[in-house]
Write a protein that binds this ligand. Structure first.
Ligand code: PHE
Length: 344
């Protein structure tokens, strides 16, 4: 049987006809009928042509076979396309794509609110000339107590009881041991901040947690006085809480500072109506002049140098700042709470 291209012609016509039929169907059942009519293995018209391939002279077979396959896959594509358009129409509205919707944002995490406060505090003190220092959380009794002028049988040591590790080692109960480590390894002038976690045998309530963050500050040089301490902390408070902030120093006691003070702040600000408002006095830190015994224990000449130190709790400062009523919320790791503070 010679074909002189007539089978190819026939295929082209078939293709047009098939595509037109696909266009014309009204539902999936009709679409299936079209598929069987053209591609059905027994009766399908394209299959029929493919079956005739055997009778064609061998040299004409390849172009004819290629053409038949092309038409076949073109038709399969058209069928698929039409089938999915029926499926889309059938889908309930809520499954249809709405290309105008904004993308779904995923929460990729953020800094812990207490870490944010620590970073803010560090930024302010950096402008005041303080750099950063770190010390170990597992400390020795020497650094945590004795070098800080706190004999182990002193009542102040009981107040800061903590978890003991192997003999003579403990989890530090404050960041003050970093003062000693810094003075041992650096010559004055010294101006450092030491942030970190501390551990205490403390109650677990709205304002205490047995593990919490502290931020220690230390300045040592010739001629440093209590005036420098007051000015530095007042300036810090005004930069952090606003220019109207007031600072109060109440006499207190720490074995490692003399004199010592508790520092309170009162925020004074204007509310939305422009009226002046003020908060109560709120205690934010302990502070004082570095005790000469601490300077000596750290290897500095107490006749030549003086210094001041302070220690604050960024968690409490965060409570104030964000209006969080309970310190425990910061440390319970409930993402629903924490993610509210995640931002740039
Ligand atoms: N280390 C003290 C505390 O944890 C705070 C403090 C630091 C007080 C530095 C004075 C100077 O309570």
């Amino acid at each position: 049987m010679s074909t002189d291209g007539s089978l190819i012609e026939e295929l082209k016509k078939l293709e047009e006809e098939a595509l037109a039929s696909v266009e014309g169907v009204r539902d999936e059942a009709e679409l299936e009928e079209v598929r069987i009519a053209f591609l059905g293995r027994r009766e399908g018209r394209i299959s029929e042509i493919l079956r005739k391939l055997g009778q064609v002279p061998p040299e004409e077979r390849p172009p004819l076979g290629a053409e038949a396959n092309r038409v076949k896959s073109r038709l399969e594509e058209a069928l698929d396309e039409r089938r999915s358009s029926f499926a889309r129409e059938r889908a309930p509205d809520r499954f249809r794509e709405d290309l105008t919707l904004p993308g779904r944002e995923r929460w990729i995490g953020g800094r812990h609110p207490v870490t944010r406060v620590v970073d803010e505090l560090i930024a302010i003190f950096r402008d005041l000339g303080f750099s950063l220092a770190r010390g170990p959380e597992a400390e020795t009794e020497w650094y945590n107590f004795e070098a800080l002028n706190t004999p182990l049988d002193h009542p102040a040591a009981d107040e800061q009881d903590t978890l003991y590790l192997k003999a003579g080692h403990l989890l530090r109960s404050h960041t003050s041991p970093v003062q000693v480590r810094v003075m041992e390894s650096h010559r004055p002038p010294i101006r450092v901040l030491a942030p970190g976690m501390v551990y205490r045998r403390d109650s677990y309530d709205a304002t205490h947690t047995p593990v919490f963050a502290q931020l220690e500050g230390l300045a040592v040089d010739e001629g440093i006085t209590f005036v420098d301490l007051k000015a530095t902390l007042a300036e810090f408070a005004r930069r952090y809480w606003g220019p109207g902030t007031r600072v109060r120093f109440r006499p207190s006691f720490f074995p490692f500072t003399e004199p010592s003070a508790e520092v309170d702040v009162k925020r004074v600000f204007r509310d939305a109506e422009g009226r002046e408002q003020e908060t109560d006095w709120i205690e934010i830190m302990g502070a004082g002049m570095v005790d000469p015994a601490v300077l000596e224990a750290s290897g500095l000449d107490a006749e030549r140098y003086t210094g001041f130190a302070f220690g604050m709790g960024p968690g409490r400062i965060g409570m104030l700042k964000y209006g969080v009523p309970d310190l425990r919320l910061f440390y319970e790791n409930d993402v629903r709470f924490l993610e509210q503070f995640a931002g740039p």
